[in-house]
Write a protein that binds this ligand. Structure first.
Ligand code: TYC
Length: 101
């Protein structure tokens, strides 16, 4: 006998998950000039002068500040590019990434 033909009556489950977002963090140090941190934030993260100044001062006072959130790859690219911009001028400026909860 042939196998009976069965018809699934349930829709296939769609498992489309949003990619987890990653934060780019600006880490304070004692050497990088404030105006240079602001310049890097403006150039790499397309921030205005005021917002860049606020982010820089938050990192300066608290030790660290969230700059932006992106997908993992973009967050890592941006953090590396911004850290390299400081290194090119001999500054220890550091941007890191971490996954959002
Ligand atoms: N603390 C630095 C200074 O006083 C400025 C600074 C701010 C450096 C934020 C890094 O992530 C930073 N010149």
């Amino acid at each position: 006998m042939n196998d009976p033909i069965t018809v699934s009556r349930t829709k296939p489950e769609l498992k489309v998950e949003r990619p987890k977002l990653h934060k780019v963090l600006l880490v304070n140090d004692d050497f990088t000039p404030r105006h240079f941190v602001v310049r890097v934030l403006r150039a790499e993260f397309r921030m205005g002068e005021e917002q860049a100044g606020r982010v820089m001062m938050t990192a300066h006072r608290r030790g660290v500040c969230v700059v932006a959130v992106f997908t993992k790859d973009v967050a890592e690219e941006k953090a590396t590019a911004a850290t390299d911009a400081g290194r090119q001028e001999g500054y220890p400026l550091l941007f890191t990434t971490e996954p959002e909860e």
